[in-house]
Ligand binder design. Structure first.
Ligand code: UD1
Length: 423
């Protein structure tokens, strides 16, 4: 099993290219199941979650072609199965995204229930209640959600909680429903908007994506299309925080500052100079960051997927900051690992008070989930001595060639196989 070895190495300088957003690529790939023709998706990041999704689409029978620019064409015509097996779903909860498309296009779907995960219980009741409202018959048997509906019927759905993948599943299902659907209390995340763009290119009739009320006029069928996935705002934010912590001058290319305004605001509050241009962001940091308070909430508020990275920044900041996590009940697992590096954090329930220390010290640590792993990489970049991060398969789920990107801007970071240990 691979590990990452980091040594604190001073300021970061140079340019990086931001990848396509994982959390938009996943629903867009699932959406291809709705079409009657091949759909071509570009700017797909090279990540383990994407490989898992392609494996899942392949298991269902779809034909997948990867072009020279890492664009992916999915031909859904040979799909012959509507069963998403446990072996794949357990490795990636977002597999639940095939439920809506399979049901809408094929009249039935069987998707293994994803179960809990490291950061919380993560129910899918919003997905199921919404599909039921659209006329599906749903049962849970032997760990599988089994859904059936000859044709879904448009209706008004008020979602109990703001759920990103819940909104995406219902949005996809409603594109082929008979009549008009109104999704209320919808997630407003940019990835939902990107999915709506992809579906619209396929012939869907959608308005209001990016607001809390999305309206869909069902159509009889969806056709082939081309779509390019939007930039990854969480990857962007992670490299911005890296620079704010290590200091330096870094330009992130092929991103969009409009996707992460709440994050840019917090970085400026911490003392970074941030120049936001339409397709790139330059960050300069010449001093120790100031600690800041962060409260996570659905978009456009501060993203839970950036919480761990900002906690890492507070660890070496001047002053104290309070981090409040309102989305997931168990998303502080990085706390005890950061403490191993010398961080001063007092976590209680949803709140963590972080008192900045002048210096962290390298140690062996363990990645526990995707964004927690990112916070350990950031801490390792500025810690004195060596930090060895174990279980980095979590990172490989969501960050494309993280060690290459960070090395390119001057970080001392290497991937080592476990047989070499900390050598
Ligand atoms: C998505 C993102 C993930 C991000 C999260 C919150 C993808 C593939 N993943 O996950 O990176 O951290 O949004 O921004 O896009 N909930 C319920 N009932 C439900 C569904 C959700 O109570 O039926 C709760 C969850 O437990 C959580 C909150 O709603 O507390 C938000 O979860 P949700 O938006 O559904 O997260 P995901 O879509 O799984």
């Amino acid at each position: 099993m691979d590990k990452l070895l980091l040594r604190g190495n001073g300021p970061l300088r140079g340019e990086l290219r931001i990848s396509g957003a994982k959390n938009a690529a996943l629903p867009c790939l699932a959406a291809t199941l709705l079409a009657r023709e091949p759909v071509h998706i570009r700017n797909i990041p090279h990540l383990r979650d994407i490989t898992t999704t392609l494996e899942l689409l392949g298991t269902l029978g779809a034909r997948i072609l990867v072009d020279s620019q890492l664009g992916i064409e999915v031909d859904p015509r040979p799909v012959h199965s509507v069963v998403a097996p446990y072996e794949l779903v357990k490795t990636m909860r977002a597999s639940i995204l095939v439920l809506g498309p399979l049901l809408a296009r094929h009249g039935s779907a069987e998707v293994s229930l994803p179960g809990g995960c490291a950061i919380g219980s993560r129910p899918v009741t919003v997905h199921l209640a919404g599909l039921q409202a659209l006329g599906a018959e749903i049962t849970v048997q032997e760990g599988f959600v089994k859904a059936q509906a000859a044709r879904l019927r448009g209706t008004r759905v008020v979602m109990d909680v703001v759920s990103v993948t819940g909104t995406e599943n219902l949005l996809m299902a409603a594109t082929l429903a008979e009549g008009h659907t109104i999704l209320e209390n919808a997630a407003r995340e940019p990835e939902v908007v990107d999915l709506a763009r992809c579906l619209t290119a396929m012939g869907a009739r959608i308005s209001g994506a990016g607001t809390s009320v999305i309206e869909i006029e069902g159509v009889a069928e969806l056709h082939g299309a081309e779509h390019s996935v939007l930039p990854d705002r969480i990857e962007t934010g992670t490299y911005l925080v890296a620079t704010a912590m290590a200091g330096g001058d870094v330009c992130l290319k092929r991103t969009d500052p409009g996707l992460l305004e709440s994050v840019l605001l917090k970085l400026r509050e911490a003392g970074a100079e941030v120049d936001a241009e339409p397709d790139h962001i330059r960050i300069r940091m010449a001093r120790r960051p100031s600690a800041i308070d962060v409260r996570t909430a659905p978009y456009p508020a501060f993203p839970t997927d950036m919480q761990a990275q900002f906690m890492a920044m507070n660890c070496i900041a001047s002053g104290s900051g309070v981090i409040t996590e309102t989305i997931f009940e168990n998303r502080f697992m990085h706390v005890s690992e950061l403490q191993r590096l010398g961080a001063d954090i007092n976590a209680d329930g949803k709140t963590a008070v972080v008192r900045g220390v002048p210096r962290l010290h390298g140690a062996p640590v363990m990645a526990t989930d995707l964004r927690a792993s990112a916070s350990l990489v950031l801490a390792g970049l500025v810690a004195e001595g060596e930090t060895l991060i174990d279980r980095i398969y979590h990172l490989d789920r969501g960050y494309e060639v993280i060690e290459e990107k960070l090395s390119a801007i001057g970080a001392d970071i290497h991937r080592v196989s476990s047989s070499r240990g900390a050598a």
